[in-house]
Unconditional design. Structure first.
Length: 398
């Protein structure tokens, strides 16, 4: 049995001697100052263990994070909710209603949703270590343009891809009219009643026609999900049409009669990413989960709990964009203005030297809140907290 649990035992040995006990082991808890070997580690089968801190009552996910043991080795009991709904993924995806995943630039909300879909279809371990009781029927609604990408992501995610049904019914090109909302609400309802899935995954922007507010499509989708009694996992990637500010989109989706739950996928400076719940209707918001983008062979590799709160995540989100020129312009402005105000002409000359257009610099100035002030020597630019240094006229944003 020790070989099956070698990954967990190796992590436990780093905190001191591991003592065998009935059905498992006793070890020192890495979360609190434990000198009594109060961490009970019970074998749960398939190389997975249950963690129970008898001394400090530490959260099992915090213990797993401290041990640097991935969720594939930890069995987490589903959380208890007094007034919560039924669940596809307890605490994250209710079994009736729309759950929205908004992706920050540089992340893939679709890859996260499809990883969850494959796990749900095969009845396996969920990203946070919870064990499902049974497999469920999963339907992915795709457009003809991204059906191939959906298939590749599902196949690369591991077992369960062949259990997921993919229907290319959204959007439409070349004279072919695809399914859109709110006009196609009856068609969507009929499709779901015929297929009878437990979980539906779709791209929210492919379901929304141009010139139609996304809120109307989202409300219509929520109405259909409620009437059919199905869980919908709707993703939205960063784009011009979807809007660059993922945090703002996530907060807008958390409105009455719209999404039942909203999550945000954010990137970190260390290359890791995280799925962070920002809203849950009528139940406690769960903690975030870290993951890595594993490439073509494994698009999503879950690692540990995300340590930051949702307020910090929302404040720090959306610092990147898909426009590389805008990012370069912001970096240039930050570096030139860090020491104090700089003449506008010097900024434009420096920008032109690295191939940045004046309009790109202007857009970056608005994003950063750069202040333009008129002084005796002409116009100068400064960061919002600095202001002009030579007693010029009050600054204004251009």
């Amino acid at each position: 049995m020790a070989l099956e649990y070698e990954a967990v035992l190796s992590a436990l040995r780093g905190w001191g001697n591991v003592r065998p006990t009935d059905g498992g082991w006793l070890a020192r808890c890495p979360v609190h100052d434990d000198r009594q070997h109060s961490l009970l580690v019970l074998a749960a089968g398939d190389g997975r263990v249950e963690l129970d801190c008898l001394g400090g009552g530490c959260d099992p996910q915090d213990v797993a994070t401290a041990l640097r043991v991935g969720p594939e080795h930890i069995a987490i009991a589903p959380p208890a909710f007094e007034d919560g709904p039924g669940w596809v993924w307890p605490g994250y995806v209710p079994e009736v209603g729309v759950t929205v995943i908004d992706g920050e630039d540089g992340t893939s909300a679709l890859a996260v949703a499809l990883d969850v879909a494959a796990r749900v279809a095969r009845g396996g371990v969920l990203p946070d270590g919870q064990q499902q009781r049974h497999a469920r029927r999963v339907l992915v609604l795709a457009s003809p343009q991204n059906a191939v990408q959906v298939g590749e992501l599902l196949a690369a995610g591991g077992p369960g891809a062949d259990l997921v049904d993919v229907a290319a019914v959204l959007g439409g090109r070349g004279g072919q009219r695809g399914l859109r909302l709110p006009a196609g609400a009856d068609h969507l309802e009929q499709l779901l009643r015929e297929r009878r899935p437990d979980l539906v995954v779709l791209d929210l922007m492919a379901l929304c026609p141009y010139r139609v507010p996304i809120g109307r499509s989202l409300r219509s989708l929520a109405d259909v999900a409620g009437r059919v009694g199905v869980a919908v996992l709707a993703t939205r990637e960063a784009s011009k049409r979807a809007g660059w500010m993922a945090a703002r989109r996530a907060q807008e989706a958390a409105q009455p009669s719209m999404a039942a739950a909203v999550h945000l996928v954010v990137g970190g400076a260390d290359g890791a990413m995280a799925l962070v719940p920002v809203f849950s209707r009528e139940w406690t918001v769960m903690g975030g989960l870290r993951f890595q983008a594993g490439g073509r062979t494994r698009p999503v590799v879950w690692s540990s709990r995300f340590p930051h709160g949702r307020g910090e995540v929302l404040a720090g989100a959306d610092l990147r964009r898909r426009r590389p020129e805008s990012a370069r312009a912001r970096d240039l402005l930050c570096s030139m203005l860090a020491a104090g105000p700089v003449p506008t002409r010097e900024v434009l000359v420096a920008a032109a030297a690295v191939g940045l257009a004046p309009r790109t610099v202007q857009r970056a100035r608005r994003q950063l809140g750069v202040v333009a002030s008129k002084t005796a020597g002409g116009w100068v630019l400064s960061l919002a907290a600095q202001g002009p240094s030579d007693g010029g006229a009050p600054g204004r944003r251009q």
